[in-house]
Write a protein that binds this ligand. Structure first.
Ligand code: GTP
Ligand code: MG
Length: 151
């Protein structure tokens, strides 16, 4: 089983979409093993989005992600990194299929509701989980329906 870092961004929090996002991931069968309602500071934002430093949208991205509270989470499941990305849709909500989170709840590239670790960026899940969570903030637990979710 694989772990991935997921976050409801400030726009999603302000729009009351935490429950919607959590519900979709739960319905899919994924298991939450960590969750934290928090405010991201400048340093954490620059670390988290370090790969985009120097790009024209970097400053706006850091301003946005620090502009209000977020809900940071760790989710576990089979192929979790890639499956969450598929549920999120494309980076640009305008290009995201209806049925995906960004395709159902967003219109604008800079306000795309959710973050999930990138399956094309090897190790980004571990890096992001480590940035946001201490080891003792993650909970190992057995999901009651696990035997019905997996062969
Ligand atoms: P995250 O889950 O936020 O990392 O999104 P992503 O992995 O789908 O996209 P990426 O990591 O490439 O970009 C990070 C964020 O920067 C995106 O979610 C967008 O909000 C923003 N972004 C990416 N590309 C552009 C761009 O060309 N212009 C602007 N204004 N914002 C961008
Ligand atoms: Mg990304």
């Amino acid at each position: 089983r694989e772990r991935t870092f997921v976050m409801v961004k400030p726009d999603g929090v302000q729009r009351g979409l935490i429950g919607e996002v959590v519900g979709r991931l739960e319905d899919r069968g994924l298991k939450m093993v960590g969750g934290k309602f928090m405010q991201i500071d400048q340093d954490l934002a620059e670390d988290h989005y370090g790969e985009h430093e120097g790009k024209p949208f970097f400053e706006g991205l850091v301003d946005f992600i620090t502009s209000g509270p977020v809900f940071a989470m760790v989710w576990e499941g089979q192929d979790a990194i890639r499956q969450v990305r598929r549920m999120m849709g494309e980076t640009d909500p305008a290009e995201s299929a209806p049925g995906t989170i960004r395709g159902d709840f967003g219109l604008d590239l800079g306000r795309n509701v959710i973050h999930g670790s990138d399956h094309e960026d090897e190790g980004s899940n571990e890096r992001e989980i480590g940035l946001f969570f201490d080891e003792d903030e993650l909970v190992d637990w057995e999901q009651a329906d696990e035997t019905w979710l997996y062969e």
